[in-house]
Design a protein around this ligand. Structure first.
Ligand SMILES: [Zn+2]
Length: 149
């Protein structure tokens, strides 16, 4: 980092702090994730596009307490929850999980009728492959340490 000449140590510290804050702000802007409202809007669009608008969730939100499932829904309440682990994944993957849960509002379980619904979404197989890859990568052993043991 280039630091302007003739700064006192205190000035220098302050300057570095300001620059780091700016970088952090930029970073979080680039990795912006949709909020719950946007998620609900997205669900509405997807339902309209693929399910003739028949799936109508009452709430769609991110949750951080879901580490073994990507999404879940409570059909009786019409609520859908997506794991925060999906944040930062490609949009088509998040869309797939949203559609998957939307489909459960129409068809419980994973029978042929359920998958027929999801066949309408052209990236179902690709998204499932992506998520399987993420799970597999999580299970890989950690790389050997730099100490060489
Ligand atoms: Zn399911």
């Amino acid at each position: 980092m280039l630091i302007p000449a003739r700064m006192s140590e205190a000035e220098e510290q302050r300057w570095v702090t300001v620059m780091l804050d700016k970088l952090a702000a930029q970073e979080s802007k680039n990795k912006r994730v949709p909020g719950d409202n946007e998620l609900a809007e997205r669900a509405e669009q997807l339902s309209a596009q693929y399910f003739d608008g028949r799936a109508r969730p009452t709430s769609v939100r991110w949750v951080t307490n879901q580490n073994t499932r990507w999404g879940s829904c409570t059909p009786a309440e019409g609520s859908i929850r997506l794991s925060h682990r999906l944040q930062g994944m490609p949009e088509y993957v998040v869309d797939y999980v949203l559609l998957h849960e939307l489909a459960h509002l129409l068809v419980p379980g994973h029978g042929p009728r359920f998958w027929r619904l999801l066949d309408a979404y052209p990236r179902t197989e690709r998204a499932r492959g992506y998520l399987e890859g993420v799970v597999a990568a999580d299970r890989l052993p950690h790389p050997p340490s730099a100490r060489g043991d």
